[in-house]
Design a protein around this ligand. Sequence first.
Ligand SMILES: [Zn+2]
Length: 251
Amino acid sequence: MIDIHAHYDDDAFDCDRDELLTSLFAEKGVSAIINAGCNIETSLFSIKLAEKYPNVYAAVGFHPQEVLNFKEEDLNTIKSMLSHPKVVAVGEIGLDYHYGTEHKEEQKALFRKQLELAIEMDMPVVIHERDCVKDCLDIVFDYDVKGVFHAFSGSKETAKLLLDRGWYISFPGTVTFKNAKFPVENALFVPEDRILTETDAPYLTAHPFRGKRNDSSFMKYTLEKIAEIRGTDFEHIERITEENAKRLFGF
Ligand SMILES: [Zn+2]
């Protein structure tokens, strides 16, 4: 299984990070993890993890909720990180209006700068979108960039707009939740060559461990659920999601 989006820099993992990552690769069927940065500090942490573990890769960038911490010179720092051999994407980047819209113009400007950087450096992007789907799509459709909407929670109609333009859709544990509607519809709707899976660890843990700290081993419940929805088996979903991740991120 490939986990295309996790945050092993989070302090939820301070007590057992190394043991956990070692066991995920050695015993829990995880073949690769992309650790996503949210600012300079966590992007650097992602690179450090990628240097330590052959199967960890890094995405680097500024999360929209970090917009007030962003300084213009940080863009050059991110750019230099993108040349690192284990950095595979710009992310996570995007828009987030969940806690209010008062900084939405700053978020949009930061988002555009990072999309432009991804194009300049020929890298895929990992998009975070929360409660702002229209504004987010208005921006991404201005750019000829490839990438994935991580922890996608939108409708089938939104998924179609993205798929038509070549985007990938990534499913976290929410597809296993009892009240899941859009994720279940999308797990059936998204074509085989565009599905990715992730944990967003330490968040979004799959049923039956919802609420517990997440890690990449719990992704098996997500893959099992997608297989069940699509009327196929776990091994098939595992194979196609691995192929898709390798194609998009180039590892
Ligand atoms: Zn994330």
